[in-house]
Design a protein around this ligand. Sequence first.
Ligand code: HEM
Length: 137
Amino acid sequence: MKSIATWFFATGALFALCGMIWGIQMSATHDHTLSPAHGHLNLIGFVAMSVFGTYYALTPRAASRRIAAVHYALVVATVLVLTPGIVLAITGQGETLAKLGSVLGVLSMALFGFVVLRNGVGATDSERAEPYAQPAE
Ligand code: HEM
């Protein structure tokens, strides 16, 4: 079972690849109409996911709790709902999905704040690995 930090980083890389390919497509076609959707895919899907992944990598106490998986699912849902939601809003096909994605985004960030306040940041001495430990003789 991969760690929650690995899931955050790996999913972030996948979202970034999609966002970058989309960016190249926008550049090649000279059609930047959907750039706000591309921007949100990259910034929430990659930048925010990577910040969250870094936090969980630094804080094993938080990573070991079930709420970390709930947080991951909420952020992924935000990206998957908000990105097409912005596309629909820009193209005049309704704002419902964008509104729903926005609420999910706010909940994701509020949950992150809760997790940080509850667990703090960083490992305790007992959780910290001893990188220079010598094998017993
Ligand atoms: C292969 C990589 C990428 C390409 C080719 C690309 C291409 C583009 C293009 C063509 C635009 C529209 C610019 C305009 O209309 O003024 C844009 C906007 C933007 N991109 Fe990217 N991009 C790439 C990667 C990224 C990444 C990695 C991020 C963030 C981490 C990012 C964030 C943004 C933002 C925030 C905007 C502005 C959105 C807005 O105007 O509402 N892009 N990009």
